[in-house]
Every structure is written in structure tokens, then in C-alpha cells.
Write a protein that binds this ligand. Sequence first.
Ligand code: ADP
Ligand code: ASP
Ligand code: MG
Length: 405
Amino acid sequence: MALIVQKFGGTSVGTIERIANVANKVIKEVKNGNQVIVVVSAMAGETDRLINLAKQVDELPFEREMDVLVSTGEQVSIALLAMTLIKMGYKAKSFLGFQIPIYTDGVFTKARITEIEPDNIQKALNEGNIVVVAGFQGIDREGNITTLGRGGSDTTAVAIAAALNADRCDIYTDVDGVYTTDPNVCPKAKKIKKISYEEMLEYASLGAKVLHLRSVEFAQKYNIKLQVRSSFKDEEGTIVCKEEEIMEQPVVTGIAYDKNQAKISIIKVPDKPGIAAKIFGKIADENISVDMIVQNISEDGKSTDLTFTVTKNDFKKAMDLVKEIAKDIGAEDVVGDENISKVSIIGVGMRSHSGVAAKMFEALAKENINIQMISTSEIKVSCIIDEKYTELAVRVLHDAFELDK
Ligand code: ADP
Ligand code: ASP
Ligand code: MG
């Protein structure tokens, strides 16, 4: 008997009919003789609705209460799915994060899973239940409810698969696999049969929301066989696996974009040792993660401008904080811009090829898209651009690198 973890996203459990469809997929695995743990997200739109309610109370809601609120979406969907399975004649039992428990650190709204106790789930499985687990949530060591960040149910699924030594983890979603880029933006996008953990990590960290970043980290660390596939079509999906298992490797595998980006510039920062450490130390203390950083050369040897990016979610919090820091260190001004996005090209093949970045810049230039910031690693190149050109940039780059071929 194999143990299988199946995860279904918001669209897949968006209506009662769709929940019945999910139940059928679960039952199919049970009929094949497998034990099944199902992880589900909140019904489509529910998490957004809850966040919107909170913002009507406070633009920057108190984060502990935010997690109490947004974790409720998954409570609804696990109960509905368990009921559906029971109604269809199967034994099923739902669990919230704290009932398992799934332990996390105490960083509200973007907590990390630290430990999962397998005993309660194991017991329910042994009693012949289909186990239905709420994605996206956990509990910290003080007993507070926490959530894992948007899209975090993927991470719950993979972490559970690791903790219970599952044979497979299938991520069912509204697309039938990982594509060369978001198929909803670029109709020419092609499905990738197999993708390496390394590349999938880049895709996820650069904004392709098809898999939550930490789910890929867990899968790689614990060597979990991960498959992304459709909730609605019975087709083969995309396998995420070790690089060695993939035969051919194009230079550029795909394009990712991230609209959840904002830019903050501190103008006329004193040019002396220790300033950057002070600024970014204070930002890190508030659990705000900074992505790209650009510091101009100092023209007069006295001051310089410093620009960096954060997520849009963190923008307001970061702006308030940076304004305080700027006063403290004697900088002249702080300027923010939320209308930016990041487009990236990804490919492990870049390691051994030159001229890839130049080709990217050229393709963007041809469409008159201005590049505001650039960052590179061994296997990706990212550009910050005006948000309104995001989709155009994705399609232009997809064409330039002939990813439809
Ligand atoms: P779920 O609710 O099932 O977790 P998500 O909306 O989080 O689904 O993720 C699936 C979405 O990811 C797709 O609908 C698609 O628009 C988007 N996406 C972005 N990049 C890619 C990509 N490279 N391949 C497939 N889907 C992608
Ligand atoms: N419901 C959460 C969200 O919308 C978690 C998830 O769907 O993975 O972000
Ligand atoms: Mg998701």
C-alpha cells in the first residue's frame, strides 16, 4: 500500500460540484489500494475576501489577528471535502493545523514550518480514514495560529509528505503542469515534462505562483517526488525531479514574472561604512525581505542613492520604517514606487552560455521597455520594469528565446 499526498488549490475546490470532483480523484487513489492524505486550500476568492475585510478595518492589520482571520478559509473547505467523502461512503477526517500539530516559527503571515508531528495523522490513516488537512496554516510554540504566506498550501502538502514519508505528492491545480511561462499570459507557452528542483526553485522565487517556493525547498531537501497536474483534465503533468534525471537542457527554459514587487529609494544616503548594515539590519528585524539592491556610485564622495525592492505586501510597512531610518542616518528623502514588476529568464543551461542577458535586454529594448534594475545569478536574469508592460515583456521574451519551439 502506497501513501499518497494530494493537494488541491482554491479553484479546484471553488464550488460544491468541484469539491465532488476532488472527492472522486481522491477515491480513485483509494480504490487503487492507496492511503491518501488530501491537503486543500480555501475556496477560490475566499482568502482575498478575508484580507479585504481586514483592510477595511486597518490598512496595516495587526498580524496575529490577520492569521486568525485568513486561516478560516481552509477550515470551510476541509469540512466540506470530508463531508463529501463521507456522503460518498468513505471514512474521512479533517484536521486543522493545530490539531496535527503543524508547528511553525512565530512570524505571522509568512511563517515557516519547523516540525510536523505525524502521530495524529498516522492514527487516523490506520483507522481507515482519508485524512483531509487544512493547507496554509500552523501553530507556533506559544499556541498562536500562523499562516505560511500566499500560496502556502503547496508547502503544507510537501511538508506533510516529508513528515509521513509519503511515496508521492501530487499538486492538482487549474493548469495541467508547469509551462515555459504562465499560460494565462502567453498562449504560446509549452508544458514542461520534467523540471529540475533548481529551476523550479527559481521559477517559484521569481513569481511563478504555480508552486509555493518553500514547497520546492522541502521537496528538494527530502527528495519528494512532486508532480504538478490538472484537477480538471486527466493528463500527465510536470514532474519536478533531480537535474540528473533530465536528458535535454535548453539554455533558457522559461520566463517568470512577479507583479508583487515595489521599489524604495533612499536619496542622499551618507557614504560611509556601516550605513547599509544599519538600514538592512533594521528592515530584517521587521521580517521584511529585500530582494534586489542597487547603490549608485557616490559622485561627491559624501552621499549616494540606494534603491531596493520588497514585495507589495510589505511596501507600506517598509516605507514607514525606512522613513524613520532615513531621518536617523541623515538621508535626504525616501521615494517609493509600487508600479513595478520583475520579469526573469531562467535556465540551468545559462551556466555554460554567454550572451543570454544581452539577448534579453535587446528584446525588451525593441519594444521600448525601459529596464530600471537588473540582477543575475548563474541560472537567471531578472529585470525590474514598469508594471504595465509585464505581459508584453513576457510574450516578447518567450518569442525571443523561441520557447514555443
Ligand atoms: P492553486 O490555487 O491551485 O494553488 P495557483 O493560482 O496558486 O493555483 O497557481 C496556478 C497558476 O499559476 C496558474 O493558473 C497560472 O496562471 C500560474 N502560473 C504562473 N506561472 C506558471 C507556469 N510557468 N506554469 C504554469 N502556471 C503558471
Ligand atoms: N488560501 C491561501 C491563499 O489563497 C493558501 C493557498 O491557496 O495555497 O493564498
Ligand atoms: Mg497556489
